[in-house]
Design a protein around this ligand. Structure first.
Ligand SMILES: C[S@@+](CC[C@H](N)C(=O)[O-])C[C@H]1O[C@@H](n2cnc3c(N)ncnc32)[C@H](O)[C@@H]1O
Length: 229
């Protein structure tokens, strides 16, 4: 077996053992068969999840530095990292734009506690943890970039969620979404994945238009939207 195959299988086993493919529950589906309900998975223990999310082996396929570069950040950006987790992307973005702000939004109290400690340890005053609600990110300020990585599929009623974001978007704001392809060996159970096409459709229905598609991630689609009015 090739070493790259061994690696993918090993990582799939780790993610599976850590619950990335567990927690089955009933889901609603739209007429096209896509799940309209989020994957209700809890991420309670940050010290556990940091070993999964910040595993250096993830960098090989998640390509975080290339992702941040592709976002073309500007010095004064105001960014919402929705579903920030243990700050895998928030930290990189906060470091990239010391004069800007990164609101690291998460629904888990332990993630917020973890992010607060991390921001202090790394002396990143511009990394601001935000305790979001499942149906509203509760952003304290408007933003010109929203990043949602591996989190969209956890959100219920995404139409309402995307509508709740609108009043918090500055003119020319962009929304970047990265989530698992249906063909990826890693990621949530298949029935909880959202196809690229359905995500584009959901954003379109919510009043956003696709501005850019990036295709350098092997396991995920990477889409950038902007408001269409
Ligand atoms: C799979 S992790 C991804 C973490 C991070 N984006 C990364 O790439 O490492 C999903 C995170 O989203 C959070 N989450 C789930 N539903 C959410 C919601 N409705 N709003 C904000 N965060 C949410 C979870 O608590 C978890 O920390």
């Amino acid at each position: 077996m090739k070493s790259s195959t061994v690696y993918v299988l090993a990582l799939a086993a780790v993610l599976s053992a850590s619950g990335m493919s567990g927690f089955a529950h009933g889901t609603a589906t739209d007429p096209a068969g896509q799940s309209t309900q989020g994957f209700h998975k809890r991420f309670k223990n940050a010290d556990h999840w940091v070993k999964v999310f910040d595993d250096p082996a993830r960098d090989i396929w998640q390509k975080p530095d290339q992702v941040v570069q592709a976002l073309k950040l500007q010095a004064n950006d105001r960014i919402a990292d929705i579903g920030a987790g243990t700050g895998y992307f928030s930290v990189r973005m906060a470091k990239a734009i010391p004069e800007g702000k990164v609101f690291a939004v998460d629904t888990e109290a332990d993630m917020i506690k973890y992010l607060q400690k991390l921001a202090g340890e790394k002396k990143l005053a511009n990394l601001i943890p935000v305790s979001g609600k499942a149906n509203n990110p509760e952003l304290p300020e408007s933003v010109n970039l929203v990043l949602i990585v591996d989190t969209l599929h956890h959100i219920d009623d995404r139409a309402a969620y995307l509508a709740s974001l609108k009043p918090k978007l500055l003119p020319q704001a962009r929304l970047a979404v990265i989530d698992f392809n249906e063909s990826s060996k890693v990621g949530p159970p298949l029935k909880h994945r959202l196809s690229k096409e359905s995500v584009i459709g959901e954003f379109k229905n919510a009043g956003y238009e696709l501005a850019e598609t990036l295709d350098f991630l092997p396991n995920q689609y990477f889409l950038i939207f902007k408001t269409s009015n």
